[in-house]
Design a protein around this ligand. Structure first.
Ligand SMILES: NC(=O)c1ccc[n+]([C@@H]2O[C@H](COP(=O)([O-])OP(=O)(O)OC[C@H]3O[C@@H](n4cnc5c(N)ncnc54)[C@H](O)[C@@H]3O)[C@@H](O)[C@H]2O)c1
Length: 255
């Protein structure tokens, strides 16, 4: 990728990222650290999170803080946010990125597996927003970016708890944007298309996928984590000061 934008408003800003150890989240961590932001991130994958933090620290204006946290454990998530605040200062950017797109059949879904799916794909987004909102109010504003997905818009089957949760993320965004708007807290949904992360390539991308992408996307190029991170930077920066309650779709023109 050619040199990308540097946002003066992101320098030294306290940013909290969920699911930051791999995939799009790891690129978010890298790109926000490169902006000079103070980044706190959480993930289940301790080895990958520690390795990423160690890799980025030497060249960072602020070394990122990694904490091994399960976002479905709301008490643990709150504690991690408290730790990040203590280390980096009041959090004024929240990237609600963690999710799990495990496939499951309608017939095999139980009340327990349904609740677990909602917990990892939706519930933590609300409670993380709730936890950082007082920081943002006190700071005179902030930006919350909730990660959605094009999958439910494309009527993709095979993972109804994920697709249902991701559709609800867009409703969550619009609800929070109204309540938090008077405090100049902006809330938007970043909606990725089919992004070529390690997990996607390992599990789901086949020979036939290239043709599907060519048919679906208007731009016949592979969508990469950096394409999503570039939009996240813009939504976090003051450059998007009047953008709130919106869905920002980065999918090469598929939906
Ligand atoms: N990759 C895509 O094609 C695509 C498409 C549409 C939407 N998205 C969305 O973008 C975001 C990132 O997706 P990705 O493809 O990078 O996902 P990924 O599965 O590659 O990475 C998700 C990260 O979240 C972490 N995580 C999972 N469960 C967790 C938990 N309970 N607690 C803490 N961390 C947890 C994982 O360990 C992993 O590091 C997600 O919200 C996803 O729904 C991705």
């Amino acid at each position: 990728m050619t040199a990308s934008a540097q946002y003066p408003s992101l320098a030294d800003r306290s940013v909290f990222i969920t699911g930051g150890a791999s995939g799009i989240g790891a690129t978010l961590v890298k790109r926000f650290v490169a902006q000079g932001a103070r980044v706190g991130f959480v993930d289940l994958d301790e080895a990958a999170g520690k390795a990423l933090a160690a890799r980025l620290a030497p060249d960072a204006r602020h070394a990122p803080l990694f904490q091994r946290t399960d976002v479905t454990d709301i008490a643990a998530l709150r504690a991690a946010i408290d730790q990040a605040r203590a280390a980096n200062g009041p959090i004024t950017v929240l990237l609600n990125n963690a999710a799990n797109d495990t496939r499951h059949r309608i017939e095999d879904t139980t009340p327990e597996s349904w609740d677990a799916g909602v917990a990892v794909n939706l519930k933590h987004q609300f409670f993380a927003a709730q936890a950082v909102a007082p920081d943002m109010r006190a700071a005179g504003g902030g930006s919350i970016v909730n990660f959605g997905s094009v999958s439910w818009k494309l009527k993709q089957g095979g993972m109804p708890v994920y697709t249902t949760s991701k559709s609800a993320v867009q409703g969550l965004t619009r609800s929070l944007a109204r309540d938090l708007g008077p405090a100049k807290i902006r809330v938007n949904t970043l909606v990725p298309g089919w992004v070529m992360t390690e997990r996607q390539v390992r599990l789901w991308v086949t020979e036939a996928s290239r043709e599907e992408i060519a048919r679906g996307q208007c731009i016949n190029e592979l969508l990469m984590p950096d394409d999503i991170a570039s939009m996240a930077l813009f939504l976090a920066a003051d450059d998007s000061a009047m953008c709130t309650a919106q869905d920002f779709i980065v999918d090469g023109g598929w939906v």
